[in-house]
Ligand binder design. Structure first.
Ligand SMILES: Nc1ncnc2c1ncn2[C@@H]1O[C@H](COP(=O)(O)OP(=O)(O)OP(=O)(O)O)[C@@H](O)[C@H]1O
Length: 466
């Protein structure tokens, strides 16, 4: 029996969904505001949340990420009476399982729920089996986003297709590539790293494909190429966007046929390798610009993993800091160090544009500054980071400027949302009345509201036709 939470302010809708869930033999709970819904989702163990978009205390899509981050990580089905393509796209991009309009028959809604439950059951079963068995290979973090990536690592490791890992610099692309290799059937073979950004253009072909003795000046001995070294293992093309166009063509052929000819050789060689590539560049844009081959991209991206930046998973910072400080202390022969609470707080407030690599470098600098002192304080952190955080705490943003990281006297997020939402709703209603010249029928049509709902909102905000 599954547990379903219905968040909808419309009494009759809530009640018919509740009966639908009960008839399916599941447990149902309901909430009529977003606040109540989020509270219930946070304390319950729901499998699916049916979430209305247009609610009295805000837009349901705004709390979608909060619901997905609750411990049970439920699937969310968005239900709305005012469907529009943009919010449908936003819902799906934000990870909603499905998006349905209120006019949909109960029979069809039942089917959506059955599918969502089936999907969830299979996801939990496969995640349990695959991620538990996964060797993490030093990957630290338990945020929802990292666990989703580990799930993909487990899936990729079980197969043999080419994998492309994308993500900002320092997000752990090489670490994840190694994890795929060491969890795959090729784990006993070589993991050969090719840093495409560091390959000199004149030597790239000979390094990849190898060469015979005397093929060019300086080729005093025959040399095995990196592709051959990866035979039986994995070839990791880091910064693959930097591969020159001429080499892209030759490499495409290697991928298609797993055969290549070393420079100066008459004979073709065979290499059975699994390709993993990584980039922080927008390869689709490079294809549009003509600097990357679309047929190669298509082959490289048979399976894709996108790693999240550290600022989107601050909950991992503490564990990452512990892991890397312990490793660094061991390397330098220090006794391990404790963290003052303010130290962790400061780390969590920084936005880490260089991601985990920047965090690791910063911890190394903090250790050098603390030397034999047993506890790390913010004072051990580099000055530039402390200055940035101190400035952000006191600076008022310029009108229209990007939001800053502020640390003092903020209201509760829910209260802030409610205030902003109420102001925006009031403004919208005034604009609606002026635009329509107080024609309430036309206003209902534009806003997608019933007349009674429009009256209720006008009276709630004290907006009167002029
Ligand atoms: N999830 C993680 N857990 C532990 N350490 C991590 C994690 N992600 C990254 N790191 C550490 O951060 C540093 C950078 O990682 P890595 O080289 O894999 O990043 P990258 O995305 O390949 O970077 P670039 O794009 O600059 O090549 C390494 O020291 C790595 O050990």
């Amino acid at each position: 029996m599954a547990e379903i939470l219905i968040i909808d302010d419309d009494d009759s809708m809530r009640s018919s969904l509740w009966h639908m869930v009960k008839r399916m033999g599941h447990q149902a709970e309901s909430a009529s505001t977003l606040r109540e819904g989020l509270e219930k989702a946070s304390s319950g163990a729901f499998d699916v949340v049916l979430l209305d978009v247009s609610m009295p205390d805000g837009n349901g899509l705004d709390i979608l990420p909060d619901i997905q981050r609750t411990p049970a990580e439920p699937e969310v089905i968005i239900i709305t009476g005012y469907g529009n393509p943009d919010s449908a796209e936003l819902a799906i991009r934000s990870g909603a399982w499905d998006y349905i309009e209120k006019g949909t028959s109960l029979k069809a809604m039942t089917l959506h729920l059955v599918r969502a439950l089936q999907y969830r059951q299979e996801k939990i079963a496969s995640r349990g089996a695959s991620v538990t068995a996964l060797k993490r290979h030093d990957i630290v973090g338990n945020s929802h986003k990292i666990r989703d990536c580990l799930d993909l690592v487990a899936q990729a490791a079980a197969g043999d297709t080419s994998v492309m890992i994308t993500g900002e610099t320092g997000t752990g692309k090489e670490l994840f590539a190694r994890a795929i290799h060491s969890n795959s059937r090729r784990a006993e073979g070589n993991f050969v790293v090719v840093d495409c950004a560091a390959l000199p253009e004149t030597l790239v072909e000979s390094l990849l494909f190898g060469h015979e003795k005397g093929t060019f000046t300086g080729a005093e001995k025959a040399r095995e190429g990196l592709i051959q070294q990866a035979h039986g293992g994995s070839l990791f093309l880091d910064e693959v966007g930097e591969l020159p166009l001429s080499v892209q063509k030759a490499f495409l052929r290697v991928l298609q046929e797993r055969r290549f000819r070393p420079l100066g050789s008459q004979r073709e060689q065979v290499s059975d390798f699994r390709l993993i590539s990584a980039t922080n560049r927008d390869l689709d844009q490079m294809v549009r610009d003509g600097s990357f081959r679309d047929d190669l991209l298509f082959r490289l991206r048979a399976f894709a993993i996108e790693l999240p930046p550290l600022r989107e998973r601050p909950e991992d910072i503490k564990e990452l800091a512990r892991h890397h400080v312990d490793r660094l202390c061991e390397r330098y022969g220090f006794a391990t160090k404790g963290f003052a609470p303010e130290f962790l707080e400061t780390l969590t407030q920084h936005s880490w544009p260089g991601n985990v690599r920047e965090l690791v470098n910063t911890l190394e600098r903090a250790l050098a500054s603390a030397r034999l002192e047993p506890t790390l304080f913010p004072q051990h952190l580099p000055l530039d980071i402390r200055v940035q955080i101190a400035r952000a705490a006191v600076e008022q943003p310029e009108p229209g400027a990007a939001p800053q990281r502020v640390t003092q006297s903020l209201p509760r997020l829910q209260d802030f949302r409610e205030t902003v939402f109420a102001q925006a709703e009031k403004q919208y209603l005034s604009d609606l009345l002026s635009l329509t010249g107080n024609d309430l029928k036309e206003a209902c049509r534009i806003a997608g509201l019933s007349l009674s709902r429009l009256y209720a909102l006008l009276s709630k905000h004290g907006v009167k036709p002029t």
